[in-house]
Design a protein around this ligand. Structure first.
Ligand code: NAD
Ligand code: DAU
Length: 335
């Protein structure tokens, strides 16, 4: 079997590629990735020579390039590729439209025309908008995205839904809550706070730090996606979540506590415009239908993540100063 993974050089995609290579001996992976600022082949350096792994550099919105990379046959597409950071979408939305919206439609068209019989689209709980203090998103919560990022993901979800309803193309959508774990780009809350704290730099908390997210370890998310690739029903949406709601300030304090650093590093800064107050996911459907459940406890998962960032300071320092981008030229110079 050959699976075509887009965005496999990013945070979640690279964890997924490694998991599949380890646990599914009959699956070959084509990792198709543009290597934007967030894509880093170093994330998969340990499997780069694996006999069932192949990397192709390309953008998902380039139809001819996607078609060529799929030549030889593909059994499933897992579409991770996206512009993923809310703050960047506030500064400039166009790359989000080009990749998340146009790119998803190109992937759907090429995969359908190539006869790929499974298309899993990796989406986010942010498409549901924001919650008050009570309740949780279910798969039937109406879409009400608030940021350019989440609006672009909601648009892509609707295109995926349309491919199923109009063409009978067997798509599945996953909507997950906030991930944390190894290889996350240090622009996102948890790796940013860990890396700044390790360097005794200020930790910028938006507003009062009262916004709530539901945290899931990336390995649990990847296992949920794997279950959905293998057993998810066509035309369905599956929520995935960590059942670990935390206010941002509590997350930051826990990081400082585990690192033995002072809370005086916390800086309250100007809030994110349109900042969603609270996300919470009801993932009963995935749990009962697929037998999937999250296994990482948040405090233990955070400790493992902190250890990883402590042990891989070279990785996040290179990522932060952009020099990891040179890795690609170096790596492929003699290949
Ligand atoms: P990431 O930013 O770490 O990685 C994105 C990857 O996509 C990078 O490797 C990048 O090079 C690649 N990419 C970007 N534009 C591309 C293009 N036009 N063509 C091909 N490749 C391109 O993102 P992530 O956090 O790993 O998220 C992966 C997916 O999961 C995204 O679709 C995101 O919306 C979704 N998601 C993320 C979270 C989270 O907490 N991080 C939660 C739920 C869902
Ligand atoms: O819910 C799933 C989504 O989670 C994914 O779809 C997105 O790709 C992913 O980036 C994430 O979005 P968030 O906006 O929730 O994640 P971020 O890490 O940017 O922020 C988490 C919370 O922390 C949010 O309330 C904003 C806050 N924050 C973030 C940063 C970067 C701060 O207080 N300070 C910061 O410096």
């Amino acid at each position: 079997m050959r699976w075509f993974v887009t965005g496999g050089a990013g945070f979640i995609g690279s964890n997924f590629v490694r998991l599949v290579l380890q646990e599914r001996p009959d699956v070959e992976i084509v990792n198709y990735d543009a290597l934007t600022y967030a894509g880093n082949l170093e994330n998969l350096a340990d499997v780069s020579d694996h006999p069932r792994y192949r990397f192709v550099r390309g953008r998902i919105q380039d139809e001819a390039s996607v078609r060529e990379a799929m030549a030889g046959g593909v059994d499933a597409v897992v579409n991770f590729a996206a512009e993923s950071h809310v703050d960047r979408s506030i500064v400039g939305a166009m790359p989000f439209i080009e990749t998340n919206v146009v790119g998803t439609q190109v992937m759907l068209d090429v995969a359908r025309q190539a006869g790929v019989s499974r298309f899993v689209h990796v989406s986010t709980d942010e498409v549901y908008g924001s919650l008050g203090p009570q309740g949780a998103f279910t798969e039937s919560t109406p879409l009400a995205p608030n940021s350019p990022y989440s609006a672009s993901k909601a648009a892509s979800d609707l295109l995926v839904r349309a491919a199923w309803h109009t063409h009978g193309y067997p798509t599945v959508i996953t909507r997950c809550s906030n991930n944390y774990g190894p290889y996350q780009f240090p622009e996102k809350l948890i790796p940013l706070m860990i890396s700044n704290a390790l360097d005794d730099k200020p930790l910028p908390v938006y507003g009062q730090g009262a916004n709530v997210r539901d945290w899931i370890h990336v390995e649990d998310h990847c296992r949920g996606i794997l279950a959905i690739v293998e057993r998810g029903r066509a035309g369905e949406v599956y929520n995935l979540g960590g059942r670990s709601e935390r206010a941002n300030l509590d997350v930051v304090r826990e990081i400082l506590r585990q690192l033995g650093k002072s809370e005086s590093l916390i800086r309250y800064v100007k809030d994110r415009p349109g900042h969603d107050l609270r996300y919470a996911i009801d993932c009963t459907k995935a749990e009962s239908e697929l037998g999937w459940t999250r296994t990482w406890d948040f405090t233990a998962g955070l400790a493992q993540t902190i250890r990883w960032y402590r042990d891989h300071a070279d990785w996040w320092r290179r990522v932060r100063d952009g020099s990891y981008q040179k890795f690609y030229d170096l790596w492929y110079a003699d290949r």
